[in-house]
Design a protein around this ligand. Structure first.
Ligand SMILES: [Zn+2]
Length: 232
């Protein structure tokens, strides 16, 4: 195969059917994080590696993401029963992907995780990434649907350490704000801001985010209007 300057072939042995396949991954020098949205969505210059995070086996349709943990023994039986048997026919997403194909690959991983009853945190992160992909397409309705699902999963998530726990709490507050659930966002942000056990990093994130929101949403006062009106 000719050398591809943008992607390299990742070699995978399918955890379900055990067959070998290769799937594209973006070469590290082909993307750069330029900024980050307030829900941690990275904005890339160049290609977007998120599109290639899920490997979909072209032989059996099993979808795999590195964060998944229930990928063995009895869980595979559940996956066979509830996912593999339900698939119409495996599709090939091993080459270059459109955003739509990336969304499908994440949705397949989501279904695999639902079948194996994966931890809520893994489902939450998938839902959030699907929402980000819809954001790239400016599909607000679908983005909102997945932000709502993500928030629901975050509310049921358990963290392995303090940092992860703060990330979950922050994202819960942030997604509440994005979804327009202001009372819940206010409650969650103020908890993060006032709790002294919360790290300086997340207290600062929360304070900035809430203050920016308050500032942007604040209707201009009458005095301001007078001050800003052109002088006669
Ligand atoms: Zn397979």
């Amino acid at each position: 195969m000719a050398f591809n300057a943008y992607y390299y072939d990742s070699h995978i042995d399918c955890k379900f059917c055990k067959k070998h396949f290769t799937t594209y991954k973006v070469r590290p020098n082909r993307y750069k994080v330029m900024e980050e949205h307030s829900d941690f969505m990275p904005v890339y210059e160049g290609l977007n590696p998120i599109l290639y995070e899920v490997a979909v086996c072209p032989h059996c349709g099993y979808a795999y993401h590195k964060s998944m943990t229930r990928t063995y023994g009895p869980f595979m039986q559940l996956i066979e029963e509830l996912y593999i048997k339900e698939l119409q026919k495996p599709m090939n997403y091993c080459g270059e992907r459109t955003i739509d194909e990336a969304i499908i690959s994440f949705k397949l991983a989501y279904l695999v995780c639902r079948a194996s009853m994966e931890e809520a945190l893994i489902m939450a992160n998938f839902a959030l990434k699907i929402a980000w992909l819809y954001r790239l397409k400016n599909d607000v309705e679908s983005e909102t649907r997945y932000l709502l699902a993500a928030r629901d999963f975050f509310s049921k998530s358990f963290a392995v350490n303090q940092e992860a726990s703060e990330r979950i709490q922050y994202l819960y507050a942030e997604l509440s704000l994005r979804l327009g659930d202001i009372p819940e966002a206010k409650k969650s942000f103020s908890r993060l801001i006032t709790d002294q056990r919360v790290s300086a990093k997340y207290r600062k994130f929360s304070k900035n985010r809430w203050e920016n929101y308050r500032y942007d949403e604040q209707p201009p006062s009458i005095e301001m209007n007078i001050e800003e009106s052109p002088r006669l």
